[in-house]
Design a protein around this ligand. Structure first.
Ligand SMILES: Nc1ncnc2c1ncn2[C@@H]1O[C@H](COP(=O)(O)OP(=O)(O)O)[C@@H](O)[C@H]1O
Ligand SMILES: [Mg+2]
Length: 298
């Protein structure tokens, strides 16, 4: 935080126009497009030429077994890791996201599993941490409270007793809610949640899934990492699967069922067809935009 950022995620010299219809999403120009993202740590190749589209107004579930590269990919978008190769295209322009601050300036917020909230601070203080509102050089507590309450209300978060209670006293689900509300309040365009429900009970999981749906209704692009296929099939519009650092599948939720996702997660391929595709009147799933069965490995 103390070192000055090299500036907002600087557009590359030649902006790359988005090409709607191209690639696996094929549902309009994605807000964020990754193309050919490579990342290694010493001898460990964590990501191999990953392409991924994150469209606005859609929830994309990122699935994969432990070690598949989900968190590394998320952190690459969040400005924590730099890709070794590949392009990040944001709203049609190629960008370099060098720091989390660059990501925040673009409108990218990440809610990590361990939730970077400050336990000793209250909800309002957490939501404004580092971006406090001032009124004649004094903290504008009234304005911050009002905005925090409005944002939580807009997300239908009603279980919080007082926005002045310390975050340490909140349940896991409420903490997630505060982290998500913070993202919404700062006019984010993309919110990424890394395993948001992993540590939550049933009721709290429900609340977080409802929040995810509400983010989408607000027109945001949402990426949710989850092991829980119940969650995935409840909230996702699209699924992408990573296997050993390769993206092995990406497409609309209709072109997957649980067994197919498990196939891709465990072996990187699937020969199954979605059951009842014909009955639902849907065309047989073109292998998720041509990337099922590991074709993206080139
Ligand atoms: N900072 C790091 N340094 C070295 N290796 C890492 C680092 N972060 C992740 N990895 C490796 O990259 C691979 C993908 O990890 P990760 O993205 O955390 O998987 P997951 O899909 O479970 O989130 C793993 O082999 C992991 O050990
Ligand atoms: Mg992870």
């Amino acid at each position: 935080m103390s070192t000055p950022s090299p500036g907002p995620a600087s557009p590359a010299p030649a902006p790359v126009p988005a090409r709607p219809g191209q690639g696996a999403a094929a549902d309009g120009a994605a807000l964020l497009r990754l193309r050919g993202i490579e990342k290694h740590f010493g001898p460990v190749q964590a990501l191999h030429g990953v392409d991924l589209d994150l469209p606005a107004g859609k929830v994309t579930a990122l699935c994969g077994d432990n070690g598949a590269g989900k968190s590394v990919l998320t952190k690459t978008i969040a400005g924590i890791h730099q890709p070794d190769h590949g392009e990040i295209v944001w709203e049609g322009r190629r960008v370099h996201i060098r720091t989390p601050r660059d990501a925040a300036l673009l409108g990218i917020e990440t809610v990590y599993q361990d939730l970077a909230l400050a336990d000793n601070l209250d909800i309002v203080q957490n939501m404004f941490l580092g971006r406090e509102k001032l009124n004649r050089r004094l903290l504008d507590e009234d304005a911050m409270e009002r905005l925090a309450v409005e944002t939580l209300a807009s997300l239908h978060v009603t279980t919080v007793r007082s926005i002045r209670q310390p975050v340490a006293s909140l349940s896991g689900g409420q903490r997630q809610a505060v982290a998500v509300a913070k993202a919404v309040m700062w006019n984010s365009k993309l919110v990424m949640l890394d395993e948001p429900t992993a540590a939550l009970g049933v009721a709290q999981t429900r609340m977080v899934l409802d929040l995810v749906k509400r983010l989408k209704e607000h027109g945001l692009a949402v990426m949710v990492i989850s092991h829980n296929l119940n969650d995935v099939f409840e909230v996702a519009d699209r699924i992408a699967v990573l296997h050993l650092g390769h993206k092995v599948a990406e497409g609309p939720i209709e072109s997957f069922d649980r067994e197919i996702v498990v196939d891709y997660m465990t072996s990187g391929r699937s020969t199954r067809q979605v059951a009842e595709v014909g009955a639902a009147g849907r065309p047989p799933a073109e292998p998720a935009g041509g990337v099922r069965d590991g074709q993206s490995r080139g």
